[in-house]
Design a protein around this ligand. Structure first.
Ligand code: 5AD
Ligand code: SF4
Length: 463
């Protein structure tokens, strides 16, 4: 191991990118997992840019490759491991290339990642990104680096993320999670809950509007636990403050926990036209027994009562959820209750997963007794049911006209445009003639003509 003298880094002025090393090394960050990770990547890019690193578009152009990782399920970790092995071949061609693992997998696996021959030089957890430039410099000098301390205060509040795409931006309003659902590794990889000051979030949203963004998503593992550290209120107060500060901006948020989805929050959503009528409300299971084993703190009856309150207060509100099948001890009867709940709520969309045991969680000790084939069968059933429900709901949109925020060319067919309704549905529609064309970030009225379970298709009607 080499030891090198490091310059003492001066504290950086807030909200400013300073580049001390123009034309320096290029860094490429690859992101896995949730929206929180996508926003963390933007924060990492800002930290690196402040320290003179250039941002590369691909591994081929990079001197430093950082994988911002997810540890929530085993298959995510396996995929990242495969990617690291693939990067070994790059390292053979470019021996000076530095490879680092960031995020939840770094926090979970720590030193074991450094132990594997020629795999990684750096392991940096979600609360230690400020140390990245220093650790990368050390890695260039041949030293392996690890920084995985979790913080009770770090929110990266003074760092303006480098946002590189589109008209849609994320703001992380809080970090960590104190819920300790028994299946979930996040409280261990992201640490304790802490919130950013309300005023700085509102300021960032206003700046985003000035910079041309038209949609902002407020992010947290459990946004309902948001509390302004200066006593300026809870999540509903924050949402109202942002809605007032940027009245033309579409405002979304994720993720809510059903236990503390308050009347006040639902009523705040209804009170502002620019807060999108869309809620992601993970239910996980339709069985009270399983919910209790998962430490979710609510019953199916409570959940359905919250859905009722949402629908009576915001009639147009779209809903999505997360579902885990095959949690330990889940019986056919428990599974049937999940399917029943899906039929009762009729979600617009759902993210559905097989239970994946994670070391150190409480559920890990409960065992993983549902056979893989049973999990696969149950997953197939929930997917089929959800597709059918989404398709049926989307058929009822045919003939209606929606205000659509134009996002850009459709990924499948660049000859068409893609946008979204405020209820978060993807809409595809043809270009108009050049004299009537519109640009990314415009609102257009689109009349829906046909629909699949995932997408609406229509044509623009003159506004
Ligand atoms: N296995 C399967 N799914 C999980 N999730 C979290 N932990 C696990 C796990 N161990 C799912 C939950 C959560 C979403 C983000 O990921 O449904 O809401
Ligand atoms: Fe994990 Fe539960 Fe926290 Fe969500 S609320 S991050 S599922 S512990």
């Amino acid at each position: 191991m080499t030891t090198i003298e490091l310059p003492v880094l001066q504290p950086e002025p807030a909200n400013e990118h300073t580049s001390t090393n123009d034309g320096g090394h290029a860094v490429y960050v690859e992101t896995y997992g949730c929206q929180m990770n996508l926003n963390d990547t933007e924060i990492v890019q800002a930290i690196m840019a402040r320290h003179g690193f250039r941002l590369a578009d691909s591994v081929a152009d990079a001197d430093v490759v950082l994988l911002n990782t997810c540890a929530v399920r085993d298959n995510a970790e396996r995929k990242i491991h495969e990617r690291l092995k693939h990067l070994r071949s790059w390292r053979k061609r470019k021996p000076e290339m530095v490879v680092g693992v960031l995020g939840c997998m770094a926090e979970r696996l720590r030193r074991s990642l450094l132990g594997e021959q020629d795999l990684v030089d750096l392991v940096v957890g979600p609360d230690e990104y400020r140390r990245l430039p220093e650790l990368v410099e050390r890695a260039f000098a041949g030293e392996q680096g690890i920084a995985v301390k979790l913080s009770r205060v770090e929110t990266y509040d003074d760092i303006t993320p480098i946002r590189t795409q589109g008209i849609s931006a994320w703001i992380s309003i809080m970090r960590g999670c104190d819920k300790f659902c028994t299946f979930c590794v996040v409280p261990f990889t992201r640490g304790r809950e802490r919130s950013r000051p309300l005023e700085s979030i509102v300021r960032e949203a206003a700046q985003l509007w000035d910079d041309g963004f038209r949609e902002v998503t407020l992010l947290g593992q459990n946004v309902n636990s948001y509390r302004d550290p200066n006593g300026q209120g809870d999540f509903a107060d924050l949402l109202a403050a942002v809605a007032q500060a940027v009245p033309q901006m579409r405002i979304r948020y994720t993720t809510s926990h059903p236990y503390d989805m308050s009347d006040k929050l639902i009523e705040t959503m209804a009170a502002y036209a620019n807060i999108c009528p869309y809620i992601h409300l993970p239910v996980q299971s339709g069985s009270d027994r399983i919910l209790q084993l998962m430490n979710r703190h609510y019953t199916v009856a409570h959940y359905l009562e919250r859905i009722e309150k949402i629908r009576s207060t915001i009639p147009r509100c779209a809903l999505s959820t997360d579902i885990i099948v095959g949690f330990c001890t889940e019986t056919d009867e428990d599974h049937r209750k999940t399917l029943e709940l899906m039929e009762t709520v009729r979600y617009d969309g759902a993210y559905m997963f097989k239970y994946s045991p994670r070391e150190n969680t409480k559920a890990w000790k409960m065992g993983d007794d549902v056979p893989e084939e049973v999990k696969a069968q149950r997953l197939e059933e929930v997917i089929q049911l959800q597709q059918q429900i989404s398709w049926e709901i989307n058929q009822t949109e045919i003939g209606k006209t929606f205000e659509v925020l134009v996002e850009g060319p459709s990924k499948r067919d660049p000859a068409q445009w893609q946008g979204r309704t405020d209820t978060n549905k993807v809409v595809i529609f043809p270009h108009l003639g050049t004299d009537q064309s519109y640009i990314v970030g415009d609102y257009v009225q689109v009349r829906i003509e046909r629909a699949t379970s995932a997408t609406l298709f229509g044509t623009v009607v003159p506004g």
